[in-house]
Design a protein around this ligand. Structure first.
Ligand SMILES: [Fe+2]
Length: 210
């Protein structure tokens, strides 16, 4: 029998896919702290949670199992969303390719989509959550969804563009001025990566076995 993977607690922290000092309007100190402490913390806590779940038996109180299962999903989604967030930064902020047409088709124009995406992020300012442009496989189209925590993501979606609105994403640079952070974020979007995610999602939608 191979070693079980679900309870191994062996997830690795992925390195930043760009030089943090090169982002516009987001400091190296902020990005490195966010990556090491918030994202890294999620991966480390996911590993600990899986190791605790490995010790669960039929005698474990259900409330302990429930708490561990809640933490497992929270840390797994936090790690995933942070990997996608850092993965869609490091670009020049200029949209290109099929993604531009896809959001224009869904929202009337790219400008209208961007306005609503920014406002979705600002709706979370001062609190916590994520604004996520998603390929929704249930509807075979793109949508901007809101998540007030790490666990409210679209049930059958591929995140395409992920905006972290937890205060730890901007407070070091901007205090509570979340709008300045959203401005900086859009200037650094790596639209080539977002476009690659869309391409993969459309391929899967056309042929789920691909
Ligand atoms: Fe974060």
């Amino acid at each position: 029998m191979p070693d079980p993977t679900a309870l191994a607690g062996k997830h690795q922290i992925r390195p930043l896919p760009f030089q943090p000092a090169r982002l516009k309007g987001l400091s190296e100190r902020l990005i490195v702290s966010h990556h090491e402490n918030n994202y890294g913390g999620a991966v480390r806590n996911l590993n600990r949670t899986e190791q605790e779940l490995a010790r669960v038996t039929k005698d474990t109180p259900p409330l302990v199992v429930a708490a561990l299962k809640e933490r497992e999903l929270t840390f797994a989604n936090s790690a995933t969303l942070h990997e996608l967030y850092f993965g869609n930064l490091g670009g020049d902020g200029r949209p290109a390719g099929a993604i531009e047409k896809a959001v224009a088709g869904a929202y009337g124009s790219f400008g209208r989509w961007e306005e609503l995406f920014r406002l979705t992020g600002m709706g979370l300012a001062g609190g916590s959550g994520w604004a996520i442009l998603t390929y929704d496989f249930q509807r075979n189209d793109v949508r901007t969804f809101w998540s007030g925590s790490h666990t409210q993501a679209c049930a059958f979606g591929q995140p395409l563009l992920v905006l972290d609105m937890y205060e730890h994403s901007y407070a070091l640079d901007y205090g509570a001025a979340a709008a300045k952070y959203v401005d900086a974020f859009v200037q650094n979007v790596n639209w080539e990566e977002v476009d690659r995610r869309l391409e993969r999602a459309e391929k899967m939608a056309a042929d789920p076995r691909s």
